[in-house]
Design a protein around this ligand. Structure first.
Ligand SMILES: [Fe+2]
Ligand SMILES: [Zn+2]
Length: 398
């Protein structure tokens, strides 16, 4: 059984946030008249509006952030030119984004540019999504079926909220493994210092920093988001609009195990790429909100999963988990933390999550029981007072 007091969220370092694109080409021009006083952002995003892509512009913030924010623009601006919208949103972001955050984003952009300008790719073909050569036929078939039933037949719910399935073809796993080794050789040979995926993993690489960002976001948009909408409706009624994609490595001279934690993600995809290994099982202990993250788990929540190369686990980021020691060999996994800005915005207005957190649900039941008990007490007291009043009036009449 894991030690609950060790549980912590994977706080991301600066490499972990979605922030930059690598090859900016154009500066948004200044357009008069837009962004003047009187125009307010919508609190609820316009889900019917299809936002533009800002990836080719030279921006101070993550282009994905602009696309997400576009859904909050006032109606009058939605049909403005893309550059006018970008300028309007840039002004807003500058007003609310602290200078330190802007500096962090700028440094991370420079860091990525440095990698992309000098790293020579080994397998160029895996940097663009090619579904038929990446994915196992059963996975492709389930997603192309697009019915709830086809999803549920393929994505087996091994335990409440934990779905396992075959996903990647062996050839793709081999190519990605070779690419990761190639990246590590480059880091060593060029004496570069790279940012690790998060505060818990001391080995591994952030794929987004090496040029995989748009391929992985397409994987989220075209595959993970539609699946997650069906499997996790409580978080993915709104789409997953950003991600953090990375590789973790376990074994001799790598990380050994991973402590009990939750991910900085709405939905996590974890796929084993290989190679030969023993141990390294994932252990799960139930979904919890921030307030209940250290509460005890119940027996039905206890689940262990053994990795199989090419096979994936899909779970809520808030599903508490850890990885046991990889006792022999070398295990490499691809992890994709999928995030929803809309879910995060909505979460800021909520104080309890009884829809998905058993801790909140139990607190709510306790409050309801306490309320029923208090109401019953009041009713009993009033009934007694009524009887006493009647007795008193009868005795005074006599
Ligand atoms: Fe994790
Ligand atoms: Zn809770």
């Amino acid at each position: 059984m894991c030690n609950l007091s060790r549980l912590r969220s994977m706080a991301l370092d600066s490499s972990g946030k979605q922030s930059e694109q690598q090859q900016p080409q154009q500066q948004p021009r200044v357009a008069p008249g837009i962004g003047e006083a009187g125009l307010k952002l919508r609190r609820i995003p316009n889900e019917e509006h299809e936002p533009e892509s800002y990836e080719d512009l030279e921006l101070d913030f993550d282009p994905a952030l602009y696309s997400s924010l576009e859904r909050h623009l006032p109606e009058q601006l939605l049909n403005s030119s893309r550059l006018d919208k970008a300028r309007y949103m840039r002004d807003i972001l500058h007003r609310y984004c602290p200078v330190t955050e802007r500096v962090r984003i700028q440094r991370h952009r420079e860091y990525r540019q440095k990698i992309v300008s000098s790293y020579q790719r080994l397998h160029e073909e895996i940097y663009s999504l090619d579904a038929s050569s990446f994915f196992a036929p059963s996975f492709l078939e389930a997603v192309s079926g697009k019915s709830e039933e086809s999803f549920k037949n393929t994505f087996v719910q091994s335990k409440s909220g934990i779905f396992t399935f075959e996903m990647l073809k062996p050839r793709f796993c081999e190519m990605l493994l070779a690419e990761v080794e190639h990246m590590e050789r480059w880091v060593y040979d060029s004496r570069s210092t790279i940012m690790r995926p998060n505060t818990l993993n001391k080995f591994g690489v952030v794929l987004d920093d090496f040029g995989f960002e748009s391929m992985l976001q397409k994987l989220v948009d075209d595959f993970i988001s539609p699946i997650a909408k069906v499997l996790f409706p409580e978080v993915c009624g709104t789409s997953l609009d950003s991600h953090h994609g990375f590789i973790v490595e376990y074994g001799k001279d790598r990380d050994v195990d991973l402590g009990f934690h939750v991910d900085d993600a709405e939905v996590t995809l974890n796929v084993c790429l290989g190679k030969q290994f023993s141990g390294g099982e994932l252990y799960f202990r139930g979904v919890r909100c921030d307030n209940h993250v250290n509460s005890e788990s119940i027996e039905e929540e206890v689940y262990d999963y053994s990795h199989v190369p090419g096979h994936a686990v899909l779970h809520r980021g808030r599903h508490r988990h850890g990885a046991r020691a990889t006792t022999a060999g070398h295990r490499v996994n691809l992890i994709l933390w999928c995030r929803s800005s809309t879910f995060r915005d909505m979460k800021n207005f909520q104080t309890e999550f009884s829809g998905w957190c058993p801790g909140c649900k139990r607190d709510r039941q306790n409050r309801q029981q306490a309320s029923i008990k208090a109401t019953t007490e009041v009713l009993k007291r009033r009934a007694a007072e009524k009887v006493l009043a009647e007795l008193a009036s009868r005795s005074s009449a006599n």
